[in-house]
Write a new protein. Structure first.
Length: 86
């Protein structure tokens, strides 16, 4: 499943990412000890991974989704021609 998402540069994608990882069965482990990265666990890839509280780019969101074993977000009207499924 690919989620098509459009955002303004100042908005955070973190709430949407958290919805996606929760729906996929990922579990919240603990609040980050340094900075603002919470720790989550993905049973899909059997891995702990950090989630930033202010993810602002589609690229960063897609990297996090890749780490957690989930499909990428696809940005509408992508100027760089990166409208591919992941």
């Amino acid at each position: 499943m690919v989620t098509v998402y459009s955002q303004s540069m100042s908005s955070s994608l973190t709430p949407r990412i958290i919805e996606l990882i929760k729906a996929a069965g990922c579990e919240y482990i603990q609040a980050g000890r340094r900075g603002n990265h919470d720790i989550w666990y993905s049973p899909i890839v059997n891995l702990h991974f950090p989630v930033d509280s202010k993810i602002r780019s589609i690229k960063a969101a897609n990297i996090l989704l890749t780490i957690s074993g989930l499909p990428h977000l696809v940005q509408e009207n992508d100027d760089e021609g990166e409208n591919t499924e992941g």
